[in-house]
Design a protein around this ligand. Structure first.
Ligand SMILES: Nc1nc2c(ncn2[C@@H]2O[C@H](COP(=O)(O)OP(=O)(O)OP(=O)(O)O)[C@@H](O)[C@H]2O)c(=O)[nH]1
Ligand SMILES: [Mg+2]
Length: 700
């Protein structure tokens, strides 16, 4: 394929609720545009759902790519996932697209993730087209779906095509803009027919509305419209395109992706009215990668220095790491050496490719606005900026929502444990919404992400692609311990077993400190009761003992130890003996200082349909939550609460059942609070049963 000029490119992020038909629509558009075999979701043959797991589940799991050539224009698609667990990937897609193609299920109308992705698109100030899909289906209703859209979203949402016939009789459309009607053959090819009498009033009213919108956009046109009652066709079309590009107008299309009805006219309109990359405002970035200081801007133009934003990484088993980027400014040619300004290192590009599903096709160069892929970059990751060495700019990376849920994973064998880090590293590169940690305390591998389904797909990918078998456990809650009373104690270690003995002796005061204070060590020994060089050993002994806690094996925190006295022996005392003395002092203190358990409290935000918000709050209360506030966001109620983590581990399934999967939530750590006595006892009993509480170990 040749390099297309900026004005001839259309970058569409296809967004919407899960199952609305985004992937099928893209596949059908490629077919109607003449792109060969017709891929179908139900047969696992689409361009963009190519991964095994995606085919099996019939669900898109991450952003994938397709492009087609139509009427001398190139349309690039980023097919985004619509299921709650993966929908965050729509963010980087919308960041780099020039227009969102919002796909709405013609049976259900606007749904939760349609709203969420619409809000994402607002954040990136993106123009939109809307497709009402599945109009061949029983109970589909164009008028109803349109109404849910106009009542949900504040802007002019106006049909550019209207359906002829409904459900199984949905065979054609009226193009309101060009005032023509079409039927479609089984290859999706349009054949002109007369505009039917039935529904003519709706058509005329819609047409009138479009002319009004154009008139409202300009004073001179408004005057003319008042005088003549209408406008010339050649005034209408370009002004509709402008109204779309400036996000004042969202055109709506009646479509069946599986019956290929309305697709060709949608393609015609994308080419005619869809914004091209050059319609973008200039992009701003920073000179330095600390993202502070001087801002710099780049226009969407070949005349500007080269810059590109990497918004997706694919770990391909054959090609290696594929970095997909949008050229924001300037041109780029194969084999260029450029700067990764985010990481301040040089990168050599090698060959440039267009990417379609998993297929890479070489191109020699690319212009501003195009989406290209390169393979095997050294250091480049998703979110990085690549640019001309002499003209650095760093674009702010797209933010993903915080992880909402964490699971512990356990390698099934030693071999699996050896492979797990490398495999996970590759999976993480592909998926910025996934996090991986090793819990210092429990030594477990912790995977966190946006939902249980998300983590399950990772476990499957580990097995299928990297042959690493893991078991999935709910994570252990990271409890901590602290003391609640002051204690003055002695720690004395003495051993005489022939030859040189061991001797260390210390006196300390243990005191509680405020939450989050950690550990403080104060040396108040007067004179040489313990020689200077042995005192750090006492501190070390106490820190070691505190790491294993006092009651349930969790680290003890938020306390101060003051060393006040001690004694030593000129021959038998050494570092080892004083460490042992410190550990003994700790244990003696725990007898008196009333140790207790602390539990992590989370800041939780729940999104729910209003009808069930009362149930949601009742449930949060029963989880020992404290509701801190409520507000409306779009049509959804947002409930904010502080809830103990231990009560939230099974929350997703509860939320799904209360809201019929229309709710979502996320949470992040807030602070530690004491665990109520009855619950603390349970945790202690469990810890003892699991052997986490060590008996006083030998002090050797
Ligand atoms: N009857 C009918 N079914 C459709 C139409 N478009 C898509 N489908 C079916 O709807 C299901 C979901 O289609 P997808 O294209 O995978 O939906 P999606 O929006 O990509 O879903 P996610 O990727 O999970 O967000 C599949 O079984 C499709 O065959 C349509 O126009 N009519
Ligand atoms: Mg899909």
């Amino acid at each position: 394929m040749k390099a297309f000029a900026t004005e001839d490119i259309r970058n569409l992020a296809v967004i919407g609720h899960g199952d609305a038909g985004k992937t099928q629509l893209v596949s059908s558009m490629i077919y109607v545009a003449g792109g060969g075999r017709w891929g179908k979701v139900d047969e696992g043959t689409t361009v963009t759902d190519y991964e095994d797991d995606s085919i099996e589940r019939k669900v898109s799991l991450n952003n994938n790519f397709a492009h087609l050539e139509y009427a001398d224009k190139k349309i690039n698609f980023i097919d985004t996932p619509g299921y709650a667990a993966f929908v965050a990937h729509a963010r980087p897609a919308l960041r780099i697209a020039d227009c969102a193609l919002v796909v709405v299920d013609g049976v259900h109308g606007i749904e939760v993730q349609t709203e969420k992705t619409w809000q994402y698109a607002n954040e990136f100030l993106l123009p939109r087209f809307m497709v009402i899909n599945k109009l061949d289906k029983e109970h589909s209703d164009f008028g109803h779906a349109l109404e849910t859209a106009t009542s949900s979203f504040a802007r002019s949402i106006v049909p550019f095509t209207l359906p002829i016939g409904s459900e199984t009789n949905f065979k054609g459309i009226v193009d309101v803009v060009h005032q023509k009607a079409y039927e479609f053959d089984d290859k999706g090819k349009a054949k002109e027919i007369p505009i039917p009498e039935e529904g003519r009033d709706i058509f005329e009213r819609t047409r009138e509305r479009l002319v009004e919108i154009v008139a409202e956009s300009d004073d001179a046109l408004m005057e003319k419209y008042f005088e003549n009652g209408t406008l010339d066709e050649d005034e209408i079309y370009p002004n509709l395109a402008k109204a779309i590009a400036s996000s004042k107008l969202c055109p709506v299309y009646a479509v069946s992706s599986t019956n290929l009805v309305g697709i060709q006219i949608l393609l015609d309109h994308i080419v005619e009215f869809g914004p091209n990359p050059a319609t973008h405002e200039a992009e701003y970035g920073f000179k330095d990668n600390d993202m502070e200081g001087d801002r710099v801007t780049r226009k969407y133009s070949n005349e500007e220095p080269f810059s590109a934003y990497v918004f997706r990484t694919i770990a391909d088993p054959f090609a290696g790491r594929i970095s997909v980027m949008k050229v924001i400014s300037g041109k780029v040619a194969a084999d260029a050496t450029i700067l990764n300004s985010t990481r301040d290192t040089a990168e050599r590009l090698g060959a440039l490719y267009l990417i379609s599903g998993k297929t890479l096709d070489k191109v020699q160069e690319a212009n501003t606005g195009d989406i290209i892929a390169v393979v095997k970059l050294k250091d480049t990751q998703t979110g990085d900026t690549l640019c001309d060495k002499a003209n650095p700019i760093v674009y702010p990376p797209v933010e993903y929502p915080e992880a909402a849920i964490a699971f512990a994973i356990e390698p099934k064998s030693r071999a699996d444990e050896d492979k797990i880090s490398v495999a996970l590293h590759k999976i993480l590169e592909e998926d910025p919404s996934l996090h991986f940690d090793r819990d210092a305390q429990t030594k477990e591998f912790i995977l966190s992400g946006s939902g249980q389904l998300h983590i399950e797909t990772v476990v499957k990918k580990l097995a299928d692609r990297y042959h690493v078998e893991v078991a999935l456990h709910p994570p252990k809650v990271p409890y901590k311990e602290t003391i609640t009373a002051t204690a003055e104690v002695q720690g004395r270690h003495k051993k005489q077993s022939g030859g040189r003995g061991q001797f260390g002796d210390c006196k300390c005061i243990f005191e509680p400190m405020e939450r989050g204070a950690g550990f403080e060590w104060v040396d108040k020994i007067f004179g040489g009761a313990i020689p200077q060089n042995f005192r750090p050993a006492v501190e070390k002994g106490i820190i070691e003992a505190a790491a294993n806690g006092a009651v349930a094996g969790y680290p003890l925190v938020d306390f101060r130890v003051t060393l006040i006295d001690g004694s030593y022996h000129t021959v038998d005392s050494d570092e080892h003996s004083f460490r042992a003395a410190g550990r003994k002092a700790f244990r003696a203190a725990m007898e008196k200082a009333k140790p207790t358990l602390l539990e992590p409290i989370m800041d939780v935000e729940v999104f729910t349909p209003q009808e069930v918000s009362g149930d949601i709050m009742g449930d949060l209360n029963s989880r020992r939550g404290r509701v801190a506030g409520m507000e409306m966001r779009g049509k959804q109620q947002v409930i904010k609460a502080k809830v103990p983590l231990s009560e939230m581990l099974d929350y997703q399934s509860k939320l799904n059942s209360v809201t019929q999967a229309r709710g979502s939530y996320h949470m992040q750590f807030s602070h530690y609070d004491p665990l109520p006595g009855n619950l603390a006892q349970k945790v202690i009993d469990e810890a003892v049963a699991a052997g986490r509480v060590r008996a006083h170990e030998d002090d050797e």
